[in-house]
Design a protein around this ligand. Structure first.
Ligand code: GDP
Ligand code: GDP
Ligand code: MG
Length: 329
């Protein structure tokens, strides 16, 4: 009971304070498609003054499943919902809307850090080295541009390492983003050793006393062995300059791929020590519910979400803000 009053406090505190913020507006706009399918279906079902019985609970379950929440996490949510229906005397199906919101928020808050002060870094470990991994097309390069921009706005100096030396025009694309963000970039010709680019980037950042290094990589998942070797080599070369190695390995996932994003994460988890997830393209999909099983099943913290193609469209993931935006009426 104590925990729920805490959740309710968090919801209450949030509505008063942060609904006006630009970041909330961006997240809320970005989640529009998901809200229109998933949350509207729930509202339609629960707002109709239905009797609270097994049929209704089955229908809720079906909505959660079609919203890409996945079987495991849906079962978890439905189980606690049933428990609360048994314990607390709800009169109206309408009340279950708030209860579901609370249950989803509880799950996210329990498993995911709130990412407060995410742009504040330990100065002793400068440069803070972030490795960006993920399959082709998920939004790695774009997210690096946005992330650099955000760090720069937080008064951090950034150097980008263009270690996707595999794809043609990868350098040019990243260079454009570096320019937009107003940060430095280290490149080598296409076909160069990605580890060599990583080495050059960290070395340059150390020489110039930069705060952050962000390293782009090529997205080749179909050759798992190569990917593992490549990531190991990049890591090994970084440790020559910074013995503790990369500070973060962020996996970029594309929300439009729904449950497939979870499978990708499980594959990458086997070959890399992932420290966080960047979930992109929430604005382009009704599958935004996939955040919930990502947090619940993968146990890798979601750090940032992409809600558009512009440079200021990468937002810090916060459970309360996310659930509020998702369930906004
Ligand atoms: P990479 O292959 O992983 O480096 O992916 P890119 O960064 O090249 O991005 C692939 C495509 O996804 C580009 O067209 C991006 O504009 C687009 N994209 C990336 N992030 C987002 C996002 O948050 N929202 C939308 N709508 N598009 C995105
Ligand atoms: P290999 O050279 O491909 O066998 O692999 P290494 O693990 O030795 O290093 C990969 C890349 O990182 C090299 O090709 C270099 O470009 C760079 N690198 C590694 N160690 C050093 C170093 O001590 N000095 C310099 N300048 N570059 C290094
Ligand atoms: Mg790329």
């Amino acid at each position: 009971m104590g925990f729920f009053s805490n959740i309710k406090d968090k919801i209450a505190a949030f509505t008063e304070k942060a609904v006006e913020s630009i970041s909330f507006k961006k997240i809320s706009d970005g989640l529009e498609k998901t809200r229109k399918s998933f949350v509207s279906s729930l509202q339609l079902l629960l707002g109709a003054g239905r009797k609270i019985d097994d049929t209704l609970l089955d229908e809720i379950e079906a909505i959660l499943l079609t919203a890409d929440i996945g079987v495991t996490t849906t079962n978890k949510i439905i189980t606690s919902l049933k428990q609360r229906v048994k314990q607390e005397k709800f009169e109206n199906s309408d009340e279950l809307f708030e209860i579901l919101k609370e249950e989803i928020l509880k799950l996210l808050i329990e498993e995911n850090p709130d990412n407060e002060n995410i742009y504040d870094l330990q100065v002793e470990s400068k440069p803070h080295v972030i490795l960006i991994v993920g399959v082709n097309g998920v939004g790695k390069t774009t997210s690096i541009g946005k992330l650099s921009y955000n760090y720069k706005n937080a008064n951090k100096s950034v150097v980008i390492g263009a270690a996707d030396t595999f794809r043609a025009a990868a350098n040019e694309q990243l260079e454009i983003w570096a320019e937009r963000a107003g940060v430095e970039i280290i490149m080598q010709p296409q076909g160069a050793d990605p580890a060599a680019v990583a080495f050059d980037t960290v070395k340059s950042a150390q020489a110039k006393g930069k705060d952050i290094v962000i390293i782009d990589t090529a997205g080749r998942l179909h050759t798992k062995g190569n990917l593992m070797q490549e990531l190991e080599k990049i890591t090994r070369v970084i440790t020559k300059l910074k013995p503790s190695g990369p500070d973060e390995v962020f996996l970029v996932l594309d929300a439009t791929t729904g449950q497939n994003a979870i499978i990708q994460a499980q594959e990458f988890k086997k070959v890399a020590k992932l420290t966080g997830i960047i979930l992109t393209k929430l604005d382009g999909t009704a599958k935004g519910g996939v955040v919930i099983p990502i947090v619940d099943e993968l146990r890798i913290p979601v750090k940032f979400i992409g809600v558009g193609e512009k440079i200021d469209d990468l937002q810090v993931f916060n459970s309360v803000e996310f659930v509020e935006a998702l369930f906004a009426k």
